[in-house]
Design a protein around this ligand. Structure first.
Ligand code: F6P
Length: 336
C-alpha cells in the first residue's frame, strides 16, 4: 500500500511524534510506502509531496511544530491556494495520480470536517485528533492538550511570585475560543482562585466578592485564569477586559498576561509523546484493516476509533458536571 500523510490547522506539540508513529509503523511493520504531503490540504491541491524513508523520520519524537508544514486551507471553501477550480475534484485527481491508497489527516475540528467530507466522496481517509484545545468530539483527549496544560500551569505557578510579592491580582489568558479545557485544567493545577471559561457565564460582582473575601481572610492576592473565548465587551482581549473590571470592582492593583502561542510551541510532554505514538500506530492498523473513514480515539486508557461522520461538526465542551468544576467549587474556587 502507498499512503499519504498530512497535518492541517494550528501547530501543536506531538504532531511530529504522531507522524513518526504513523510512518515508522507503516514502513517497518506493514511494509507500506509513505508519502508526506506538505502544508496540509494545500499540498494535496498542488501535489507538494516528499517520499519518506525510515531515516527521514529520525529526531521527530520530541520536536515541536510539524516537519510537514501546515496550513488552514479548506478544500470545501472557495478561497485558498487555488481558486476557480473544483478543489475536491482536484484532490481526487491528485490522489489518483500520486497513487495513494489512503490519506492520514492529522488535525483539529476543521480537519476532521474536511476529512469526513472527503471520506463521504469515497476517498480512503483515516484521521488522528490533534489540538491543544481538547475540544474534538469522540475522544477523551487529543494529543497536544497535556503539553499546553503543562506550559500554562508552569506560567501560572510563576505568576504566583508577583501576585504574592506585590499583593496583586494576576489575570492570565490561555487559549480556547469555544472550549475552556486548557483554562480548567491549568487553572486547577496551578491553584487559580477564579477560573473563567466560555461554557460557564460569569458575574463580575461575584468575582470581585471572591477576591475581596480572600483579602479579608488574609490573602491579599489572587490568580485569575481566563480562556480567550469568554464574553467581553467585544473590543478588548479577555485578560485585559477582566483585569480592568476586577480593578474597578475591588480597587486592588491588577495585571494581565496573555500566554498566546507559547502554549502551542516546543516539545511535547511524555504523555503526549506516548499518546501520539499509540494513536499513530493505531491509524496504520486501521489502514491495514481497510477500516477507512474513521478517527482514532482515546477512551479511558483504550485507543480505539469512531466513524468520522459521527465526529465532524461537533464540539466537546466543558460542562458544569465535570469533576474538576464540581470539586473546585466545593473548595471555594470561583467559576464565575
Ligand atoms: O489550535 C487551537 C488554537 O490554538 C486556538 O485555541 C486559538 O484560538 C487558535 O488556535 C489560534 O490559531 P491561529 O492564530 O494559528 O489561527
Amino acid at each position: 500500500m502507498r499512503i499519504g500523510i498530512l497535518t492541517s490547522g494550528g501547530d501543536c506539540p506531538g504532531i511530529n511524534a504522531t507522524i513518526r508513529g504513523v510512518c515508522k509503523t507503516a514502513i517497518n511493520h506493514y511494509g507500506m510506502e509513505v508519502i508526506g504531503i506538505h502544508s496540509g490540504f494545500q499540498g494535496l491541491l498542488t501535489k507538494d509531496v516528499e517520499s519518506f524513508t525510515d531515516k527521514s523520520l529520525s529526531g521527530l519524537l520530541n520536536l515541536g511544530g510539524t516537519m510537514l508544514g501546515t496550513s488552514r486551507e479548506k478544500p470545501f471553501k472557495k478561497h485558498g491556494v487555488v481558486s476557480d477550480v473544483d478543489k475536491p475534484a482536484l484532490i481526487e485527481k491528485n490522489v489518483k495520480e500520486l497513487g495513494l491508497d489512503c490519506i492520514v489527516c492529522i488535525g483539529g475540528n476543521g480537519t476532521q470536517k474536511t476529512a469526513a467530507k472527503l471520506a463521504a466522496r469515497g476517498l480512503n481517509i483515516v484521521s488522528v485528533p490533534k489540538t491543544i484545545d481538547n475540544d474534538i468530539w469522540g475522544t477523551d483527549f487529543s494529543f497536544g492538550f497535556d503539553s499546553a496544560v503543562s506550559i500554562a500551569t508552569d506560567a501560572i505557578d510563576r505568576l504566583h511570585s508577583t501576585a504574592s510579592s506585590h499583593k496583586r491580582v494576576m489575570v492570565i489568558e490561555v487559549m480556547g475560543h469555544k472550549a475552556g479545557w486548557i483554562a480548567l485544567y491549568s487553572g486547577m493545577a496551578g491553584g487559580g482562585d477564579v477560573i473563567l471559561i466560555p461554557e460557564l457565564s460569569y458575574n463580575i460582582h461575584n468575582i470581585g466578592d471572591t477576591i475581596l473575601n480572600r483579602l479579608k481572610r488574609g490573602k491579599p492576592y489572587s490568580i485569575v485564569v481566563v480562556a480567550e473565548g469568554i464574553q467581553t465587551d467585544g473590543r478588548k482581549r479577555a485578560a485585559e477586559y477582566i483585569a480592568q473590571e476586577i480593578e474597578y470592582e475591588t480597587g486592588i492593583e491588577t495585571r494581565e498576561t496573555v500566554l498566546g502561542y507559547i502554549q502551542r510551541g516546543g516539545s511535547p510532554t511524555p504523555f503526549d509523546r506516548n499518546l501520539s505514538t499509540r494513536m499513530g500506530g493505531h491509524a496504520t492498523e486501521l489502514i491495514a484493516g481497510a477500516r477507512f473513514g474513521r478517527m482514532v480515539t482515546l477512551k479511558g486508557n483504550e485507543i480505539s476509533s469512531a466513524p468520522l461522520e459521527e465526529i465532524a461538526g461537533k464540539l466537546k465542551l466543558v460542562t458544569e458536571e465535570h469533576d474538576l468544576v464540581v470539586q473546585g467549587k466545593r473548595m471555594g474556587i470561583c467559576f464565575g
